[in-house]
Design a protein around this ligand. Sequence first.
Ligand code: AMP
Length: 139
Amino acid sequence: MSSIFTKIVEGEIPARVVYEDETTMAFLDANPLAPGHTLVVPKAEYERLNDVPPDVAADLYATLHELVPAVEEAVDADATTVAFNNGEAAGQEVPHVHGHIVPRFEGDGGGPIHAIAPGSPDLSDDELDGIADEIESRA
Ligand code: AMP
């Protein structure tokens, strides 16, 4: 079954589309966290970031790169939080990769990305070295 974002890409359901090219599209979030909250998607349906092939990932980043200043200027934002919920456990509800561009304003009361975690784990130097090695060996 097609994701709701594929239905938007294919014009089956309406959206406030703000950008479109051959491989990517951007539209306003239907339940905005701030005025101008925009979603950037690959037109083809991939569930998670690591499913996106490198050429499409490059296109997706290019669209984010272009849209971030456009969104900020359009709503006179002071900054933006740009983020992907990557997987259900991280809060991803729509299984079609999408980057959120959330405009931020001085004193808006929102938190930084660090606010997503309940706290910082207490990790020893050995544990940190082990984790770094595990990641490095796979990168
Ligand atoms: P996530 O939790 O990262 O999967 O975010 C999904 C986002 O999609 C939420 O912010 C929703 O408000 C948004 N959304 C869901 N349906 C639509 C829709 N039809 N048009 C625009 N945005 C939508």
